[in-house]
Design a protein around this ligand. Structure first.
Ligand SMILES: Nc1nc2c([nH]c(=O)n2[C@H]2C[C@H](O)[C@@H](COP(=O)(O)OP(=O)(O)OP(=O)(O)O)O2)c(=O)[nH]1
Length: 182
């Protein structure tokens, strides 16, 4: 398991041995206007869905650095800071590698949203999210973001990447795993 993975803190002994791949997911929030920037994914995994901005954490960067880099690459926004609000673990039937997704909000950023090769950005009111055009799990944990609550969610998907067969979601006091996620 990647030494930056926090999964070892939240999973069972059996899960701890499994491979985890680290990802980031960043939601730029315009708090004054009550809106969040999503992007329509133009290619690859999750193509056609609306989502936050993110991707794989690269060698030599922290998870937070990866979040800032992906946000800039995909949306054109330069985050001055990012705040982690959640941890998501995804398991897909037939795939031995779990996805460990670190979810951030970016409330302090510079620049204007611009279309990239990967994403077409669009602002939405935080209380009117287009869940029908998003990943199936998002409707369950997004209310935690709106409430300002930190959360850990685990979702087991069928290989169709659409059907959730099992899930757990808990609100937590802290996502500080001894520095592992910073
Ligand atoms: N909201 C939401 N986001 C998800 C889910 N599953 C999932 O992988 N994501 C996010 C995490 C990442 O931000 C993104 C997947 O990363 P990616 O495949 O685009 O990674 P990347 O940009 O490094 O990929 P690449 O095309 O450059 O190889 O999708 C989900 O169920 N809900």
């Amino acid at each position: 398991m990647d030494p930056r993975s926090v999964a070892r803190h939240v999973e069972s002994d059996a899960d701890r041995a499994a491979a985890h791949r680290l990802y980031t997911l960043v939601f730029p929030v315009d708090a004054a206007a009550g809106r969040v920037l999503l992007g329509m994914k133009k290619r690859g995994f999750g193509r056609g869905k609306l989502n936050g901005f993110g991707g794989k954490v690269e060698a030599g960067e922290t998870v937070a650095q990866g979040a800032v880099r992906e946000l800039a690459e995909e949306s054109g926004l330069a985050a001055r800071s990012v705040e982690q609000c959640g941890l998501l673990l995804f398991y897909f039937e037939g795939d031995p590698t779990a996805m460990e997704v670190h979810v951030f909000q970016a409330r302090d950023y510079a620049g204007a949203a611009a279309e990239s090769d990967e994403m077409r950005p669009e602002w939405f009111p935080v209380d009117q999210m287009p869940f029908d055009r998003m990943w199936a799990d998002d409707r369950f944990w997004w209310p935690c973001v709106v409430d300002g609550a930190k959360f850990v969610g685990r979702f087991w998907f069928k290989a169709d990447q659409t059907t959730i067969v099992r899930q757990s979601l808990v609100r937590v006091d802290s996502l500080d795993f001894g520095g592992a996620a910073s």
